[in-house]
Design a protein around this ligand. Structure first.
Ligand code: ARG
Length: 396
């Protein structure tokens, strides 16, 4: 079947594949949301008298079939169809005929993609919050198991002050809780419904579109107003989610770096179970912390996804532009990456062991130099004088 806007003129094949891009594969993830939004659209079209009861029933049945086909892995979007919105409309026309040709009344692919992405993003936030909670629980469990194991604190990667393994892990719990607030707050940005903003300017009043009804059915607070705001939000909404997730990713990237250091023979504070390490094709003795290095690297991948989204969307005038299509890949990739990092961090913290002897051996006397200076301060010695005396003692 052909493009929705096809009027019989030929389209250059190179231009076609270039403009369609990755949509036939990327858009597959949006199918369940396009179905849900289409169900709401169909019910609303029934309420305002565009569809009759039989047409509504036929459409709802066919939408159910589309979802079932997708669940079975059989829903296909062809290059000629361009995107999920076209593929679904043509699926409906093929199954039920005439009512399928009515479903697009009062909407445009421009607001369809917005509503799909908002519904997708709502689920992504829920999944993200659950994954952060699971990671926090794993960090807390590790902290509880090693609460009082003394560990040097480092500045400039030089031994600095006494700390503990428990406090090291609880520091990550604290930053992940802050990241969680940011993630939670992004829900506010997807709370209103763009459906019915159509191409970006609403639809003529003569149609009597009920945006309240579709908004309510889809679990939004209400319609996003004015309709002109809808396309301005594309990119900003994605960036908000990716910013929150890049904060999560940065927390985990720094954690991964710590663990890489601490499992090395030089530090030896922690050990990874063999099942978490990978080997070398040439050096028989190697057990490498690739899982942590990739976590460090993936933190940069998530930050790059944010940069990509901001760069593409941040330099456009108002209204819809095809550039916006390019936001889907970094949105999906950045989100998938952050969720995978959280799952891996929780798993690693569940299996990481602590070498208490190596930790104890690292607690060398100079870590207590500041404490010694404060003992002198307590005896009435001015801090700068005390500082010098202790420095002399350690010959620095
Ligand atoms: N694939 C498009 C996107 O993601 C859907 C909207 C297409 N709209 C258009 N006017 N070509 O942005």
């Amino acid at each position: 079947m052909a493009r929705l806007w096809d009027k019989g003129q030929p389209l250059d094949a190179l231009v076609e594949s270039y403009t369609v891009g990755d949509d036939p594969t990327l858009d597959l993830r949006l199918l369940p949301y396009d179905v849900r939004a289409s169900e709401a659209q169909a019910r609303m079209l029934r309420s305002i008298g565009i569809l009759d009861d039989d047409e509504l029933d036929a459409l709802l049945g066919a939408l159910g079939e589309a979802l079932a086909a997708w669940e079975a892995g059989d829903f296909v979007i062809s290059v000629a169809q361009e995107d999920v919105h076209t593929a679904l409309e043509q699926f409906l026309v093929q199954r039920v005929g005439e009512p399928g040709k009515k479903i697009h009344t009062g909407r445009s692919r421009n607001d369809q993609v917005l509503v799909d992405l908002r519904l997708w993003q709502r689920d992504a936030v829920t999944a993200g919050l659950e994954a952060v909670d699971a990671a926090i629980e794993a960090f807390e469990g590790f902290a509880a198991r090693h609460e009082d194991v003394a560990l040097p604190g480092y500045t400039h990667l030089q031994r600095a002050m006494p700390s503990t393994v428990g406090r090291w892990a609880r520091a990550y719990v604290a930053v992940l809780r802050q990241d969680r607030h940011l993630l939670d707050a992004t829900s506010l940005l997807v709370a209103d419904s763009p459906l019915g903003s159509a191409a970006g300017y609403g639809v003529p009043e003569i149609l009597g579109l009920d945006r309240e009804q579709t908004a309510r059915e889809l679990g939004f607070r209400g319609p996003l107003d004015p309709p002109e705001a809808a396309q301005l939000g594309r990119g900003k909404v994605e960036a908000a989610l990716l910013f929150a997730l890049s904060q999560v990713a940065t927390s985990l990237g720094r954690w991964a770096w710590d663990v890489c250091l601490y499992v090395s023979a030089e530090f030896g504070f922690f050990a990874l179970p063999t099942a978490f390490t990978t080997g070398s094709s040439i050096m028989p003795q190697k057990r490498n912390p690739d899982v942590l290095e990739l976590t460090r690297g993936k933190a940069a991948v998530v930050r790059s996804a944010l940069a990509e989204v901001q760069s593409i969307a941040g330099s456009l005038p108002s209204g819809y532009h095809r550039d916006l299509q390019l936001l889907k890949r970094p949105l999906f990739h950045g989100t998938d990456t952050a969720l995978a990092m959280l799952a891996v961090a929780a798993r690693v913290m569940g299996g990481l062991t602590v070498d208490r002897q190596r930790c104890a051996a690292a607690m060398t006397p100079e870590l207590f130099a500041t404490e010694e200076a404060y003992e002198l301060v307590r005896q009435g010695v001015p801090f700068r004088e005390a500082y010098r005396r202790v420095a002399d003692k350690y010959k620095v």
